[in-house]
Design a protein around this ligand. Structure first.
Ligand code: PA5
Length: 451
């Protein structure tokens, strides 16, 4: 595989923002962070299971995932993955990156063309109602994913879907159509799955939600959607090896982590992940959770944002070009598209586009990338570039792992525990208190006085 390249070139940074010396100066800290990820002596070391995960996935584990996915594909036109946060965003991102942009136009059909939908990632009554209306005409199955097994959003969606599946297919039929991905022994979902006799997959204790895309959390729904999960894992394992062994100067995870750390310390508090391929939009969503939840704590951390260009140049472009200079941009560039499409010459040239005649759309896109990067750099926004050879399962697997590894390194360089998320509990406590959950009575009373 041609490897993913991290480019931190002089044309990509205004002279004052980031120099090779700034990056080199971080070598000792990043190497220390790297050692902690591998020797387990840093903060949050109970959650380092992702570090060697890709290379430790066995063919037998993939066989089992593919076999269960195959059963669901044979039974259902629509397979609904129920989960939120780390139990949802990875599968959604990879499915969108590797699926066709217009797959939703093809009729879902079990065996031939089952479709993966998502639920449990919101508490919208309208979304729920529309989902249940949309699935009426189709055979359905569900993959319910929750590490804790107690998260409210997927629990509500799953209760509704389970009722529907049991009503249609009976308890026994439901047990063939529902698969749970959860903790080995704890949580309401584990209890429910064991009681009802659902097939289950375990989320390893030492892999946190946002690092779990390469466990059954991501792999099962992706296999059910027909994605080549073996190549995905293979690409991630190649990146695991590269980032474990390569020295600082040639290590893409270390280079990316060092560059963003240097920029943060120089006052760049916002990182915008930009891509020029609409299929990568949800990679941005997954990446935002990965970095936001890992770094945003103790009053510190880069705020992760994302844009899909060139579309968002027509909405966010003005701010990026001339707004407050507290941001930098990380651009995902794709070297080779998967398809060829040329712009034809037009006899009359009324639209004035004949200067592009005979050229590929990707050439125009490439010039848009370079032109935008240069403009943003001139506007005072440092740009880093990550180049993906093409959008395929191997490349996406490698990209996911690269971001995970760099996230662990950056989090340690920031001085936080990158593997916990204590702040996520605050809204849950308030919501339970306001809803009158037993045990939250006092908090509920106090909160209601503030409303
Ligand atoms: O990264 C995380 O830990 C979170 O985003 C969780 O994945 C999310 O809150 C869902 O949790 P659970 O899988 O326990 O339902």
């Amino acid at each position: 595989m041609k490897s993913i390249n991290v480019q931190i070139d002089k044309i990509f940074a205004p002279a004052s923002a980031l120099t090779p010396a700034d990056i080199q100066a971080l070598k000792p800290e990043i190497e220390q962070a790297h050692a902690w990820l591998h020797n387990g002596q840093g903060k949050g070391s109970d959650f380092l299971g992702w570090v060697n995960l890709p290379s430790s996935i066995t063919s037998a584990q993939l066989d089992e995932i593919e076999a269960v996915a195959g059963t669901l594909r044979a039974e259902a036109d629509l397979i609904i993955a129920v989960g939120i946060g780390g139990s949802y965003l990875g599968a959604k991102a990879v499915l969108e990156a590797l699926g066709g942009s217009f797959d939703s136009l093809a009729a879902p059909k079990k065996g031939r063309n089952p479709r993966l939908l998502f639920a449990g990632q919101n508490i919208s009554e309208d979304y729920t109602w529309e989902l249940m209306e949309a699935v009426k005409e189709y055979d359905i199955a569900a993959i319910v994913i929750s590490k804790s097994g107690t998260t409210t959003e997927p629990a509500i969606a799953f209760r509704i879907l389970r009722d529907e599946i049991e009503r249609r297919y009976g308890k026994e039929g439901a047990a063939r159509r529902i698969v749970a991905v959860t903790d080995a022994s704890k949580g309401a979902l584990r209890r429910l799955a064991d009681t009802e006799g659902y097939k289950t997959f375990v989320i390893p204790d030492n892999v946190g939600g946002r690092f779990s895309v390469l466990t059954p959390v991501g792999l099962l729904p992706l296999a059910a959607a027909g994605i080549d999960v073996r190549s995905l894992v293979c690409g991630a394992a190649e990146m695991e090896r590269l980032t474990a062994e390569a020295p600082f100067g040639e290590n893409p995870a270390m280079q990316y982590a060092a560059a963003r750390t240097a920029l943060y310390r120089a006052g760049r508090k916002i990182e915008i992940l930009a891509s020029y391929e609409p299929k990568l939009q949800n990679i941005g969503e997954w990446w935002k959770q990965l970095y936001g939840e890992s770094e945003g704590k103790e009053g510190k951390g880069i705020f992760p944002a994302s844009v899909t260009l060139t579309a968002d140049l027509h909405s966010m472009g003005q701010y990026i070009q001339e707004g407050e200079r507290t941001m930098f941009e990380t651009v995902i560039r794709v070297a080779e598209p998967s398809h060829t499409f040329r712009i034809e010459a037009d006899g009359e040239n009324l639209d004035g586009l004949n200067f592009l005649a005979g050229r590929r759309i990707s050439e125009v896109n490439r010039m848009a990338v370079l032109g935008t990067m240069l403009a943003h750099v001139d506007g005072g926004v440092p740009n880093l570039a990550i180049e993906l050879p093409r959008i395929d399962a191997r490349g996406i697997g490698a990209l996911l792992y690269l971001f995970e590894k760099a996230c662990g390194l950056s989090g340690y360089a920031l001085g936080v525990n990158p593997f916990d998320q204590p702040g996520v509990e605050a809204y849950k406590k308030n919501m339970f208190a306001l809803l009158g959950k037993p045990g939250y009575e006092q908090e509920g009373e106090a909160l209601r006085k503030r409303l």
